[in-house]
Design a binder for this molecule. Structure first.
Ligand SMILES: [Fe+2]
Length: 276
């Protein structure tokens, strides 16, 4: 067989326990003016996590001005994302730190896209041709540091964001390389979830890896990521659910990240399409 494929993923991944402590110095390293820092979290657990991390205090010590947006619901709506986008403009955000599960990271990606390219989040989602054109971005987004707190979606390394339209009762993905985060900080210590969520998010990652492996767009490189993710999940998910240890959490965080890298190249297939 002679191969022909492309591989591109621009996200810099920083993986390991306590890697989240590097966030303030990372912001300092990014080019340009980064005084106004927008922090995205969910409504309760990840908002409290950010408090425990002393993230705001640590950013202030470095001379940044942190602002917090913690109104992101699970399966974020187009309305919430649009509100977050106008908030980003109000605070003249220079950089976004998104701490949470897939919903929080997806919302940050879409809000940054809307804040810089205009319109509404729903204008950018994939839709059938008869529903009109998909809005195409042309400007770079506000850079995002994605910090996952679940081991499932892999959103920290993908060009996707799932948006919910509450009026139409539809869920659709935005898919554009513009919304890749700049950094993915994968700190397994932050992925300390209740048992049920560990199981559900672990199976989500397994679904990504299997679907990517069987995708018509699979390449030898995406298959490598998918195969390793599947092996890690089969080995470590039962333990991560029944009696979690730093080792099982670390392996599941890695598996989720690898599955995210796999689908960043191939997308997902039937079963995920059904969930939209
Ligand atoms: Fe998924």
């Amino acid at each position: 067989m002679s191969y022909m494929f492309e591989f591109h993923n621009p996200v810099k991944i920083i993986f390991g326990r306590a890697s989240s402590e590097k966030i303030p110095s990372l912001i300092g390293l990014l080019k340009g003016e980064h005084s106004s820092v927008a922090i995205f979290t969910g409504k309760t657990a990840t908002r409290r996590l950010v408090e425990r991390m002393n993230l705001r205090e640590n950013l202030e010590q470095k001379g940044f001005i942190p602002h917090l947006f913690s109104n992101i619901e699970p399966n974020p709506s187009s309305d919430t994302i649009n509100k977050a986008a106008s908030w980003l403009k109000d605070i003249s955000a220079d950089i976004i730190v998104s701490v949470g599960g897939g919903s929080v990271i997806d919302a940050a990606k879409a809000a940054s896209l809307v804040a810089t390219n205009g319109g509404s989040a729903w204008d950018y989602v994939k839709k059938p041709e008869d529903e009109g054109p998909i809005k195409q971005p042309s400007r770079e987004i506000i850079p995002i540091i994605a910090v996952p707190t679940t081991s499932g979606t892999g959103s920290e390394v993908t060009p996707y964001s799932v948006v919910t339209n509450t009026e139409l009762e539809l869920k659709r993905p935005i898919s554009t390389p513009y919304i890749y985060p700049k950094y993915a900080i994968v700190d397994p210590d932050l992925c300390n979830m209740p048992r049920k969520l560990t199981g559900m998010t672990g199976l989500d990652a397994l679904g990504h890896a299997i679907e990517s492996f069987f995708s018509l767009r699979a390449t030898p490189l995406s298959e490598l990521f998918a195969m390793k993710a599947i092996a890690l999940i089969l080995r470590w998910l039962p333990e991560a659910v029944s009696s979690p240890t730093p080792e099982s959490r670390s392996n599941m965080a890695l598996a989720s990240n690898l599955a995210g890298l796999a689908i960043s190249q191939t997308g997902t297939i039937v079963t995920h399409a059904l969930s939209y």
